[in-house]
Design a protein around this ligand. Structure first.
Ligand SMILES: Nc1ncnc2c1ncn2[C@@H]1O[C@H](COP(=O)(O)OP(=O)(O)OP(=O)(O)O)[C@@H](O)[C@H]1O
Ligand SMILES: Cc1cn([C@H]2C[C@H](O)[C@@H](COP(=O)(O)O)O2)c(=O)[nH]c1=O
Length: 207
């Protein structure tokens, strides 16, 4: 059995990751692939329990350091219980967020630092990296408008942070992509969902 593929979708709030993950999974299944759709934080029973701890509750519920540790712990369970077994049996795993979200939010925007986040990932997940990371790029105002229309009942603890925070997240994602062009593809997320799906499929070329 050939090894599968591990692909992450990344970007800030409202850029269309969840929408595109579903569309990409359908397109890959139509090509005959066994596809697993998963997400972070979450994607395994233990990690989904940690997701509730991270996303629900008061804005000041955790320190930035505690959040970094909780994301790393959730990821360790997700990698061990969901991602590695699926890739080993030949499936294509599509994950809505992965390590780069911790690097951008906790490492960059919260100031924990890239080295510390990578160290936690080494300890928890043996440093596993995606075969390809698709970074969805959308102007900040458009992403915020999409997220606000979706979250009429209120955003989660991260989505509710201010525009300056989300600008730091976007800058950190851009720097990560610039630093690892072999793994990252930056994909224009403007236009219709179908337009974006076609660009994402093209960005999987070579896999
Ligand atoms: N191409 C598109 N054009 C217009 N609206 C879109 C497009 N893609 C997604 N949307 C809508 O924008 C909103 C945000 O999309 P989605 O939830 O997929 O983003 P996300 O990146 O997963 O966000 P988050 O990280 O905040 O969960 C949803 O209401 C979705 O229906
Ligand atoms: C994996 C991961 C996520 N986050 C933040 C980013 C988002 O605001 C939420 C997840 O919500 P979504 O609607 O499912 O995208 O969590 C983070 O700060 N660090 C991470 O590693």
């Amino acid at each position: 059995m050939a090894r599968g593929r591990f692909i992450s979708l990344e970007g800030g709030e409202g850029v269309g990751k969840s929408t595109q993950l579903r569309a990409l999974a359908a397109a890959l299944r139509a090509r005959g692939h066994d596809v697993i759709e998963t997400r972070e934080p979450g994607g395994s029973a233990g990690a989904e329990a940690i997701r509730s701890l991270l996303l629900d509750g008061d804005a000041g519920r955790w320190t930035a350091g505690a959040e970094a540790l909780l994301f790393a712990a959730a990821r360790a369970d997700h990698v061990a219980k969901t991602i590695l077994p699926a890739v080993a049996r030949g499936a294509w795993v599509l994950s809505d967020r992965f390590l780069d979200s911790s690097l951008a939010y906790q490492g960059g925007a919260d100031g924990i630092g890239e080295a510390a986040i990578r160290q936690l990932h080494q300890v928890g997940s043996d440093g596993l990296m995606p075969d390809r990371t698709l970074l969805l790029a959308l102007p900040a105002e458009e992403a915020a408008a999409r997220a606000a229309a979706r979250d009429r009942d209120g955003a989660d603890r991260f989505g509710g942070r201010d525009a300056a925070y989300h600008a730091r997240v976007a800058a950190a994602f851009a720097a990560l992509a610039a630093g690892d062009p072999a793994r990252f593809r930056i994909v224009d997320a403007t236009g219709t969902a179908d337009d974006v799906t076609a660009r994402l499929l093209a960005a999987l070329e070579g896999l």
